[in-house]
Design a protein around this ligand. Structure first.
Ligand code: KG4
Ligand code: ZN
Length: 336
């Protein structure tokens, strides 16, 4: 089976073609970063319009890259939520239109399920069951995964997602959008031990997160200490250290609670070098295994949507309508 995947939930237009025998045949990505940079964040209406401009040329490019004929595509998968409603609607209407024109089945995919399954595109594939830490710009979740669509949410953010906290802190520090990776880069120049940020909600039981306080802590430190280059780097270091450490503490707790030995980390923040390194150390100490997507599939992409959609289409799940769900809890998905 061969599936065309379409991702348009936020500020990246991602198109891919995945074949369950041959693997990933094509992968095209257009990032709107430059478009939104002047505004310091994603402007939803501009995002929708830019998806409209890019989506068809990228589909053409992906078909060319795959070296296949359109008629060999057996189904279409698109991100139907969660995300920005206008952006989601671009992907869903194009997917539905193509499905109608080509007479193929279509399925809406949950964006976070796409992230969760992204490590399946790599050589080292996790077996079920496993624990998943999903860390993106919109969500921070710890999920017990028994199989595709069998997700029990053990913990989640009660305020800002961790990626959002990276972005907001970066903005306070005067870094350009998108702030997360820039803050991580700046932290490389930081001094260990100069500032100590709190590890929110780790002093009580439970697996939920709260990251918004770290942003306030950064703002207050900045106000008190000034904003010379070294101080900015030291704040970035302390922020990242606290965010990563908090994720480590909660994952360790969840692994102990569930007895699971396999950990998947996915979503934009899983591209963070410090997080990847610390999680590898944690899993080594617990004699477990950690699984990540390759760097380019940590952030939004079409490959993860094509993969997740293929699993569902193959199981006979079809959804021919264009409905999108800007809010959509992950644990409402149907099992495969
Ligand atoms: O998964 P994603 O591409 O989009 C959403 O579904 O939200 O995640 C984007 C988020 C942004 O908040 C971005 O700042 C963060 O991932 N991010 C990072 C890094 N790369 C991306 N955060 C920290 N360190 C990074 N290297
Ligand atoms: Zn995402």
């Amino acid at each position: 089976m061969r599936v065309l995947g379409i991702e348009t939930s936020c500020d990246e237009t991602g198109i891919a073609i995945y074949d369950d025998e041959k693997g990933l045949l094509a992968h095209q990505l257009y990032s709107q970063v430059k478009l939104h940079a002047d505004y310091g964040g994603v402007v939803p209406e501009l995002a929708s319009r830019d998806h409209i401009r890019k989506i068809i040329p990228l589909i053409d490019e992906a078909v060319k890259q795959a070296g296949c004929d359109k008629s060999s595509i057996d189904g279409i998968a698109f991100t139907s939520g969660p995300g920005l409603i206008g952006a989601l609607l671009v992907g869903s209407t194009v997917a539905r239109g193509l499905a109608f024109a080509w007479n193929k089945p279509v399925i809406g995919v949950h964006h976070m399920e796409g992230h969760l399954l992204a490590p399946m595109l790599e050589d080292k594939v996790p077996e079920f069951p496993f624990l998943a830490l999903l860390v993106s710009g919109g969500h921070s979740l710890i999920v017990e995964v028994q199989g595709i669509g069998q997700y029990q949410i053990l913990g989640e953010s009660i305020d800002d997602a961790v990626g959002e906290a990276f972005d907001k802190t970066a903005k306070i520090m005067g870094l350009d959008y998108p702030g997360g990776p820039r803050l991580a880069k700046l932290a490389e120049q930081g001094t260990q031990g100069r500032f100590k940020f709190p590890r929110p909600m780790t002093d009580r039981p439970g697996l939920d997160f709260s990251f918004s306080g770290l942003k306030t802590f950064a703002a207050n430190t900045l106000k008190a200490q000034g904003n010379d280059t070294q101080t900015l780097a030291d704040i970035a270091y302390a922020f990242q250290e606290a965010a990563v450490d908090t994720l480590i503490i909660k994952c360790k707790r969840a692994l102990k609670q569930t007895g699971l030995k396999r950990l998947v980390i996915a979503g934009g923040v899983s591209a963070n070098t410090e997080l990847r390194q610390k999680m590898a150390e944690l899993m080594q100490s617990m004699r477990g295994e950690v699984y990540y997507p390759r760097l380019e599939f940590c952030t939004d992409n079409g490959a993860m949507i094509a993969y997740a959609g293929l699993q569902r289409l193959k199981a006979g799940q079809i959804n021919q309508n264009i409905e999108v769900r800007p809010r959509w809890p992950l644990n409402e998905l149907e099992a495969v």
